[in-house]
Design a protein around this ligand. Structure first.
Ligand SMILES: C[S@@+](CC[C@H](N)C(=O)[O-])C[C@H]1O[C@@H](n2cnc3c(N)ncnc32)[C@H](O)[C@@H]1O
Length: 510
């Protein structure tokens, strides 16, 4: 919605405009399976191209039907023009690691690549696929510490076969320079010095984030916390699973399944239905636990927003910005078959996914969907609800560790646009709460302008509402300093960032 329009895969932009003769588009010719190419690098390169130019997402592997080797090999064949062997489980894991890491570290990797090019024009005119291959090689050598001989040989081979021999020679030259610098501990490094702006620029390169984010975090969190946050954003994301009680699948049943699958886990100390896993997601997917609706991938920080809503059997709940339905489904499961969650969203496709998942999770008896714009919904709907959750569209600045590409898509100008949308949505949601009922405003942002400031502005416009402290619904470690709101901090709580304010509508009696 607020994302920059990107050129389609292969469309011209400032970089693609300088494509030279022999680029992958012109060289499309299918060869026999080429076993000298490591298939995971070929797939990673193609996927990085799709993400940068085609708007795909780094977690594509986890999407329904998209994790099969056939699909991946289809990409490679269509775009690079050669067949290679199918991916096995280990390859799939490597693709996820390389793609996620290369996207996260893009700014830092480009700084290194530029530093090692003789001429800055070589970098600015580099064709996109060659740049992706170099980024992969740099990431593997500098961050993954893969043995350098393998990285050099295989990325050179990939450039030769997918582009042309000269491209392979260039990759060879630059990667060898990098290996030498790494071995002698003399990698270039931006100096954090000068005025605030210059320091923010250097930190942004070192920790690979946009400069505007670094400046914003230094302003709100201070320099040390901002650095800790960037380190968190660059670390491997961990995931949690929620056992779907709605389908009679308890956490202990989930635990036995994970033990059978030999997937290491930890019980969530905060939520009874949740467990944490740091590896083994592929096994969970392949076992069909998600497809059968027995559990969902959901961060505890999002689950804790549902704790702040505190859904009770028999209640009527409106989930205003519900799709794809993580919180709707959890709230539905909490109702134990009594009550109703009405899930509305402006996005028809995402709402359809929610509806299908509710059916799959056997929660369709307590979840109903309405495709509408929340801003106009109160004009056509005169029903009010016991509880209303507004999980507002936001910058997502709290979930950058999981959404590797988001930091590069978000622009500072988005913030103003988002804030006025959040105000409008809050005004609309407030009309749908029963007198005496509860309105919960939440985001997956850590930015005070999207969180506390929106609530403060709302309370000034709506004196019929007052704050109901979140302390009764969540533990002390998740409370803001004033103790009123739920706040999950990636740095402090080692979970995704999230915020929720619980507000009560007065019953009109004096
Ligand atoms: C943060 S996401 C919601 C995530 C969801 N609550 C969950 O837990 O899975 C925000 C949602 O707001 C929806 N949205 C944005 N503007 C809207 C509007 N005017 N009316 C209704 N939904 C809207 C988007 O389509 C998006 O699905």
């Amino acid at each position: 919605m607020l994302q920059e329009k990107k050129p389609k895969f292969g469309e011209s932009n400032s970089r693609t405009a300088t494509h030279r003769k022999g680029s992958f588009h012109q060289q499309r010719k299918t060869q026999n399976a080429n076993l000298e190419i490591s298939p995971h690098r070929a797939v990673s390169a193609v996927r990085l191209m799709r993400i940068e130019f085609g708007g795909a997402f780094a977690d594509l592997l986890n999407e329904k039907g998209k994790g099969s080797g056939d699909n991946e090999m289809g990409y490679v064949e269509r775009t690079l023009g050669f067949c290679t062997r199918d991916l096995d489980d280990r390859d799939l894991r490597l693709v996820t690691d390389i793609v996620g890491g290369t996207i996260r570290w893009r700014k830092y990797l480009d700084y290194l690549i530029l530093s090692l090019c003789h001429d800055p024009n070589t970098f600015s005119r580099m064709e996109p696929l060659l740049l992706q291959i170099l980024r992969i090689g740099f990431y593997e050598i500098v961050k993954l510490e893969v043995p350098s001989y393998a990285v050099v040989d295989e990325n050179v081979q990939l450039a030769k076969i997918s582009l042309r021999p000269g491209a392979g020679n260039m990759v060879n030259g630059i990667l060898r320079k990098l290996v030498l610098l790494k071995e002698t501990n003399s990698l270039p490094s931006p100096q954090v010095e000068g005025d605030d702006r210059a320091q923010a620029r250097a930190l942004a390169t070192l920790h690979s984030h946009p400069v505007w984010m670094v400046r914003r975090w230094i302003k709100y969190l201070g320099r040390e916390e901002a650095i800790k946050l960037m380190i968190w954003n660059n670390s491997d994301p961990s995931f949690s699973l929620r056992a779907n009680r709605g389908k009679g699948f308890t956490r202990s049943k989930l635990v036995s399944r994970l033990e059978t699958l030999k997937v290491p886990y930890e019980l969530s100390p905060h939520l009874d239905d949740f467990i944490r896993i740091s590896t083994g997601m592929q096994s969970v997917i392949q076992d069909g636990l998600l497809k059968q609706g027995l559990c969902s991938v959901q961060d505890e920080s999002a689950g804790l927003v549902v704790s702040v809503v505190d859904p009770q059997p028999g209640e009527t709940i409106l989930d205003c910005c519900a799709a794809p339905g993580g919180k709707t489904l959890f709230m539905g499961a909490c109702l134990n078959g009594q009550g109703m969650v009405t899930a509305i969203d402006i996005n028809k496709g995402r709402l359809r996914i929610l509806k299908e998942t509710a059916k799959l999770q056997q929660l369709d008896n307590v979840i109903t969907t309405v495709h509408t714009d929340l801003r106009t919904f109160p004009e056509v709907n005169c029903v009010t609800y016991d509880k209303v959750l507004l999980d507002a569209p936001c910058s997502g600045l709290g979930v950058l560790s999981k959404r590797a590409d988001l930091r590069w898509n978000r622009k500072s100008e988005d913030m103003e646009e988002l804030k006025s949308l959040q105000d409008e949505l809050l005004d609309a949601a407030s009309m749908l709460v029963k007198p005496g009922g509860v309105l919960v405003y939440s985001t997956c942002s850590i930015d005070p302008e999207e969180n506390e400031e929106r609530v403060a502005a709302f309370l000034l416009r709506h004196q019929e509402y007052s704050i109901d402290s979140a302390e009764r619904y969540t533990s002390h470690e998740f409370l803001t300093e004033e103790g009123c709101y739920y706040f999950c901090s990636p740095v402090k709580n080692s979970l995704d960032g999230a915020f929720a304010a619980r507000l009560i509508r007065g019953n009109g009696l004096l």
